[in-house]
Design a binder for this molecule. Structure first.
Ligand code: AMP
Ligand code: MG
Length: 190
C-alpha cells in the first residue's frame, strides 16, 4: 500500500457510510481521491465462496477462529491495493461471546493506517437509526449497550494507536448535523 490509509470505524447504524460518501464527494471536486474498501464485504466474499455465511450479518455469530481467519485474509487482500485507501470497518465487533477486536495486531501489521476515525453519536440516536433501517439485520440492543460498545471502541482505539503510531480522530455524526460530520471527515482525508 503506497498511498495513505485511513480506517473508518463506528458502531452499526452510526452512519459511517453516509459520512464517508459525503466527504468523498466533497474531495472529488478538489482532485483528491480514495478507493473505498469495505472490510465486511471482503470477509463476506470469502465466507460466501467457502459456504460459511449466506448473509453479512451472520458473520459476527460465526466461531471466533473462523471470524479471525476471514479477517486475516481480508486484510491481506486489502493490503495489495495501491494509492489512497479508505477502509470502512469496525474497531470491535459485538459477538455472542464478547467484543472481538476489529483491528488486531496481524490486521494492523498488514494495513498500517495513518489515521483511525471513530464515527460516534449519542446512543439514543443510534438506537432510533437502527430501528428505521430495514435493509439490515441489526442486533436488538438498548441504548446502554450501544453506549458501552462505543466506550469499548475508544479504549481499543488507544491500543491501536500504540501499536501503529497512527492518529485517532473522533467524529460526531449527530442528528441534523450530517454536514458537520462530512466536513470533519473531509478534513481528515485532505
Ligand atoms: P458492516 O457491513 O460494516 O456492518 O460489516 C459486516 C460484518 O463484517 C460485521 O458485522 C462483521 O461481522 C464483519 N466485519 C467487518 N469488519 C470487520 C473487522 N475488522 N473484523 C472482524 N469482522 C469484521
Ligand atoms: Mg456501513
Amino acid at each position: 500500500m503506497k498511498g495513505r490509509c485511513v480506517i473508518v470505524t463506528g458502531v452499526p447504524g452510526v452512519g459511517k457510510t453516509t459520512v464517508v460518501n459525503g466527504a468523498l464527494k466533497l474531495l472529488d471536486g478538489e482532485g483528491i481521491s480514495y478507493k473505498t474498501l469495505n472490510f465486511g464485504t471482503y470477509m463476506f466474499e470469502i465466507a460466501q465462496k467457502e459456504g460459511i455465511a449466506k448473509d453479512r450479518d451472520e458473520m459476527r455469530r460465526l466461531q471466533k477462529d473462523i471470524q479471525k481467519k476471514l479477517q486475516k485474509h481480508a486484510a491481506q487482500a486489502m493490503a495489495k491495493e495501491e494509492g489512497n485507501v479508505l477502509i470502512d470497518t469496525h474497531a470491535s465487533v459485538k459477538t455472542p461471546n464478547g467484543y472481538l477486536a476489529g483491528l488486531p495486531e496481524w490486521v494492523l501489521r498488514e494495513l498500517m493506517p495513518d489515521t483511525i476515525v471513530l464515527v460516534e453519536t449519542n446512543e439514543d440516536q443510534i438506537l432510533i437509526r437502527r430501528l428505521t433501517d430495514e435493509t439490515r439485520t441489526r442486533d436488538l440492543e438498548g441504548s446502554y449497550s450501544i453506549g458501552e460498545h462505543q466506550q469499548f471502541n475508544r479504549a481499543i482505539a488507544a491500543a491501536y494507536s500504540m501499536m501503529t503510531g497512527c492518529t485517532i480522530k473522533y467524529i460526531t455524526n449527530a442528528d441534523l448535523l450530517l454536514e458537520k460530520a462530512v466536513e470533519d471527515m473531509a478534513a481528515v482525508l485532505r
